[in-house]
Write a protein that binds this ligand. Sequence first.
Ligand code: 15L
Length: 267
Amino acid sequence: MQKILVTGAAGGVRPRLRKLLKGVYPSILWSDKRTPNDLGADENFIAVDLADYAEVEKIAAGIDGIVHLGGYSIEGSWDTILQSNIVGCYNLFEAAYRQGVKRVVFASSNHAVGFYRRDQRVGVNVTVRPDTRYGASKAFGEALGALYADKHGLRVTCLRIGNVGDAPIDRRRLAVWLKPEDLVALIRIGLEHPDIRFEIFYGCSDNAAGWWDNSNARRFGYHPQGRAEDFREQAMAAQATMAPDPIGDRFQGGAFCSEEYDADRKP
Ligand code: 15L
């Protein structure tokens, strides 16, 4: 992997990622609709709207591997999700294929399976249970990844990311936390491991309270460093300040599940 394209450069993950990826790959091109405000003089950036296929194909030219973090990263209106995460994701995979990119690491989300209950342990072969239009768009992205892998030989890794941060910030995050260094380890497996064809991994650290069976990632050599339990006290102190959420607290996706929820009110 010589030339990497990372989309979603104006998003929340980049500030940590840029430090951790520095020097790992000879050339990194960042892109987003908006220019990130932490852009260094030595960093390459191109402003691109993922909904514009021609623009996406231009930035995919000459790229060996793509880390697709771009798109809308929380629940949004149908039109927002449609343009950013459905059309945008299709454009990304199609451009990668047409331009001969070898690998794509797709930032999926835990919200593709957010409606599993917290007393359920889920692996990567379960039926998707999206908790939002956003989660459904991530499930769509995973399906597209499988299509381009199986039909065109693109090597695709989907990361069902939990919550990236320096520490887990509440009770739910004790289960889904992903230390930035562990995210980089997963990205590197996706971009470099010789046996990747199409894989789904959970983007979580070594979380004793977790709900996900991440043995597929471990099979590819993933050894997470982060241990959410080291932060239990502070996470639970923050939790104590939060209002209870009877629906969100029942399901893995938390507040994404309770948003717009009215299933219990149907006859
Ligand atoms: C996500 O998919 C979001 O992008 C992020 O903002 C967090 O809300 C995270 O999930 C989470 O589940 O905590």
